[in-house]
Design a protein around this ligand. Structure first.
Ligand SMILES: [Zn+2]
Length: 326
């Protein structure tokens, strides 16, 4: 099969399409033909070897977010089933897994980072990494659920965002931002965003601020996955009892914290990563009743993976997808 493989020394120049043996399934492992892959910062960071986790194996196939079609019957899946790949590998038995937090599994790893990923024609996966999606959900939306949507959904669940809460999302036009806005609205939140893109306003029932220094008002929940830049100032927009959630370090890993303000206002700084399989199922359930848009800026065939990743760095109006031909 064809697969995008990155070899040492890592970098876009060393990401190439190679021919590898076609994988095989088993009773417990389903064999899945990859249909569509959503490009995320983690994919680029893996290729550039800039991830916070260890990459394995090397040479490596990146690709963390994908949908596919089951190729052979297995214990729980039938040939032809359309599936979203849940990207977290977990043992199901450790302390974290037993608490339903398999994304923190002590022996866990992430698709396209700790194990070979989805920029390929087919993959063999434990059945626990697959979730069926219905025909009513478009392929483009399905291909944005397991990372782009699950990450902010999990972030909102981490702080028990309740209906009526005021939400402020930094990077509202980004991979997760776009979905965060819509998920917040679905959960009954008053949704505002910081983004320089005017079109973001159509996803809001609150305010759009073009820049950080224009933000007004106080917020119960702030999603800020941008990293160091604006993290400290974003804390100043928290209402008493409010929480800021971080799940990215795009602009750096450090930030100052005013501990006095933190405790006197009972604010929380919360980390979030990925999300659980049950949260992915919850989102799929919500989408039976509610519409969500995942604007696509460009779709590239697998052979043009490098162009896809280059485009990803300068995208402006939606997601970059990689399609794998039938
Ligand atoms: Zn575990």
């Amino acid at each position: 099969m064809k697969a995008a493989v990155v070899r040492e020394p890592f970098g876009l120049d060393n990401l190439k399409i190679e021919n590898l043996p076609f994988p095989t399934g088993s009773d417990e492992n389903a064999l899945v033909k990859i249909d569509l892959v959503g490009v995320n910062p983690v994919d680029l960071n893996v290729v550039l070897k800039k991830v916070l986790y260890g990459i394995a194996p090397i040479p490596h196939i990146p690709g963390a977010e994908a949908i596919g079609t089951v190729l052979e019957d297995s214990n729980s899946f039938r040939k032809g089933d359309k599936v979203v790949i849940f990207p977290r590998f977990f043992d199901g038995t450790c302390n974290m897994c037993s608490k339903g937090r398999e994304y923190l599994c002590e022996k866990g790893s992430l698709l396209g980072v700790g194990v070979n990923g989805a920029f390929c024609e087919a993959i063999s996966l434990p059945e626990t990494n697959l979730v069926r999606y219905p025909d009513s959900i478009s392929r483009e939306l399905a291909a944005t659920l397991s990372v782009g949507a699950l990450t902010p959904y999990h972030a909102l669940k981490r702080v028990n965002a309740a209906p009526g809460s005021r939400l402020l999302v930094y990077g509202g036009s980004g991979n997760t931002g776009l979905l965060a806005l819509q998920l917040g609205e679905m959960m009954g939140l008053e949704v505002s965003a910081v983004s320089s893109k005017p079109w973001v306003s159509r996803f809001l029932n609150g305010k759009l601020f073009a820049a950080e220094d224009e933000v007004t008002g106080m917020y119960d929940v702030i999603l800020n996955s941008l990293g160091s830049v604006h993290f400290k100032s974003s804390l100043s927009h928290l209402a008493p009892g409010g929480s800021v959630v971080t799940f990215g370090t795009l602009t750096g890993r450090s930030s100052e914290l005013d501990l006095g303000s933190l405790y006197t206002r009972e604010n929380s700084v919360v980390g979030a990563t990925g999300g659980s399989r049950s949260e992915l199922l919850e989102m799929l359930k919500m989408l039976e009743y509610r519409k969500m848009e995942a604007p696509v800026e460009a779709t590239y065939p697998l052979e043009r993976i490098r162009e896809a990743l280059e485009h990803f760095q300068k995208r402006s109006s939606g997601r970059i997808l990689v399609s794998v031909p039938q």
